[in-house]
Design a protein. Structure first.
Length: 284
């Protein structure tokens, strides 16, 4: 019996010893980690959606400045065009001068600054113009520079298409000329490949009616008819004008011819007969 008791005691001591050794050497399974230094956890990063929202929020002030600037460009270029159509060179120059003076370049991305500078250089040429034709070409060249930037940024004014004015009286005839001038202008500003040539087709179908325009017997009747002939020659050249520069030059000559005729007849559109059919710039 004594021998058996001793064996039992020795077995118990052996079990306790193994249990203690396992406790010291095996990793705990309850969540405790070995006593080993670990790298610091990376800083928490916002989820992608939150990061995008944060970037957009930071960009909003600059975008607001650009949109305001573009609306000013749109308004002033429109005023310059309307003044030039009336034959008002001084009024047109005042509107174009605004384009050369308003910089706001701190809000414009670096990649667009060369195009912005090119636009302002064209606007300065308008201020140096001494003839209606020089002014018309300079205005059109400025519009093509605007379109360069709009295409690159994939933003800009989006235009609607108001119906072509109907009627056979003199006012209706001139409203159609203004409709053409507006559509050509829009084609230059947004870089459309179809607007400009389609407007030229409408212009080609319009002809003077000296009775309707009360020019019969007027000493300037022959000159006015010659100007009308030149306008139709320009419209016939439109299909070959496939580049922005070529279309700009043709449009500049068209505006100058309108202005020359209005000066010659001593009358012209005092206010725009058609409102621009455009959303706010930046809507694209």
């Amino acid at each position: 019996m004594k021998r058996a008791s001793c064996v039992l005691v020795l077995c118990a001591l052996a079990v306790l010893g193994c249990s203690s050794q396992n406790k010291d050497t095996a990793p705990a399974q309850s969540g405790a980690q070995p006593n080993v230094a670990e790298p610091a956890a990376p800083a928490a990063q916002p989820p992608p959606a939150a990061a995008a929202t944060q970037a957009a929020t930071q960009a909003e002030p600059a975008r607001a400045v650009i949109d305001t600037l573009m609306r000013g460009h749109f308004r002033q270029a429109t005023e310059a065009r309307e003044a030039l159509i009336r034959g008002d060179m001084q009024g047109a120059k005042q509107a174009m001068q605004w384009l050369t003076e308003h910089q706001e370049t701190e809000a414009i991305p670096q990649g667009f600054l060369p195009m912005y500078s090119a636009m302002q250089a064209s606007a300065k040429k308008f201020g140096q113009a001494t003839t209606l034709r020089e002014a018309g070409v300079a205005l059109a060249a400025t519009l093509t520079k605007c379109a360069d930037c709009h295409r690159s940024a994939q933003r800009g004014p989006k235009f609607g298409l108001p119906p072509l004015p109907a009627g056979t009286d003199g006012k209706s005839h001139m409203r159609r000329h203004l409709w053409v001038a507006q559509r050509m202008w829009e084609g230059l500003v947004d870089g459309s490949e179809t607007t400009f040539p389609e407007a030229a087709k409408v212009l080609a179908a319009e002809h003077w009616n000296t009775d309707v325009l009360a020019l019969k017997g007027n000493t300037n009747e022959t000159v006015a008819q010659n100007l009308d002939k030149y306008i139709h020659e320009l419209s016939a050249e439109a299909p070959q004008a496939t580049t922005p520069d070529a279309r700009g030059e043709l449009y500049g000559h068209f505006l100058a011819t309108c202005a020359t005729c209005h000066r010659l007849l001593g009358r012209g559109p005092a206010t725009p007969a058609l409102q621009p059919a455009a959303t706010q710039p930046g809507a694209k």
